[in-house]
Write a protein that binds this ligand. Structure first.
Ligand SMILES: [Zn+2]
Length: 341
């Protein structure tokens, strides 16, 4: 977490919600999946525990005006008029968003948007970061030299593996996609030899099917795009790859669900989104796109580079914490201008 993040979280913990309310600012927040139990935090780092998620839903209902994404245009035009506005989102498209998250959010009448990575809905294949984590946790003990990774990887104790699980996907995502594919192919082949049924062992990594995505759409969940392959759209990726990452999910979702106006960048941080990415997303015809960079929603932000906050496993005082994120708006804008926005 950045110094700003720590500072905001610290101030968020002692400013009472009621006191912070007049200083509110509209924000977008996201989660990934929800599981009844977290068995292995090193692998299930994307999952909220169900009881914590229920607490979170109650808190959102109490302290915010949670709006559907159709209200974005009005909120961005007049942020000061909507100090309690919050847009709730989920990334990737895990099956447990239907079985675990949707009933909780429905019980509290909270509208939300689900961003799906269409290649993974089409194939059910794990995302590249999940493959990297699985490799770190499940490959047989030993030393490995993988293509495009300079240092040898040593897999031994649980602690070693958990540390590597956390680091390796970050190293992979900075590679050009074609290089990362070669590394991932070797990881998949080595994991294949273990004979472990990874899909059965790690059900929280299971993706929704299109039938299930449509079921969520029918319940009023807005379906948006989270690229085609869950992979970074940084400046070192070829233009064709970026164009495909923006265009294909829109076409797939429009065919399967009927409409797709919103996009969220995989990973979504400064190093993961470049000029080519937001221009490809704009040109593909999306109305708005979200990063994972801290900030509050206001009219001066480029509509294809909006800020968004990733919900921590446990949140206690979001009403005080989220408005403080406005302290990062200046930095967000200067980053936007660096990448031509
Ligand atoms: Zn994601």
């Amino acid at each position: 977490m950045t110094t700003l993040g720590r500072l905001s979280r610290w101030s968020g913990n002692w400013i009472p919600a009621a006191l912070a309310r007049p200083f509110g600012a509209p924000t977008a927040v996201f989660f990934h999946g929800v599981e009844r139990r977290i068995v292995d935090p090193a692998l299930q780092s994307n999952q909220h525990r169900l009881d914590a998620f229920e607490d979170l839903a109650r808190l959102l209902k109490r302290d915010f005006n949670v709006l559907p994404p159709d209200a974005l245009a009005e909120v961005l035009r007049n942020p000061a008029r909507h100090p309690r506005a919050l847009f709730l989102m989920s990334d990737d498209g895990y099956a447990n968003t239907l079985t675990m998250a949707a009933p909780v959010l429905k019980a509290h009448s909270l509208p939300w948007t689900l961003f799906v990575s269409t290649h993974h809905i089409d194939t059910g294949e794990f995302t590249p970061p999940t493959w990297a984590r699985l490799f770190a946790m499940e490959a047989p003990e030993g030393g490995y030299k993988l293509p495009h990774i300079e240092s040898a990887l040593i897999l031994g104790t649980y602690e070693q593996r958990a540390a590597l699980a956390e680091d390796m996907w970050k190293c992979l995502k900075n590679m050009a996609f074609s290089h990362a594919q070669e590394t991932l192919d070797v990881m998949r082949a080595l994991l294949g030899k273990t004979g472990i049924d990874l899909k059965a062992k790690y059900p929280s990594e299971t993706f929704l099917t299109w039938d299930q995505v449509r079921a969520l759409d029918r319940e009023g969940v807005t379906i948006g795009a989270h690229a085609d392959v869950h992979w970074a759209m940084h400046e070192d990726q070829p233009t064709d790859f970026l164009r495909e990452q923006a265009l294909r999910p829109k076409q797939r979702i429009e065919k399967e669900v009927g409409h797709c106006r919103f996009f969220a960048y995989p990973f979504g941080n400064r190093g993961d989104v470049g000029r080519g990415a937001w221009e490809a997303v704009r040109d593909a015809g999306y109305d708005y796109a979200f990063t994972t960079i801290a900030g509050t929603l206001n009219a001066s932000a480029n509509p294809w580079l909006l800020p968004r906050y990733g919900l921590a496993p446990q949140e206690t005082n979001l009403a005080a914490f989220l408005p403080v994120l406005r302290a990062n708006n200046g930095r967000l804008r200067s980053w936007q201008s660096q990448i031509g926005a």
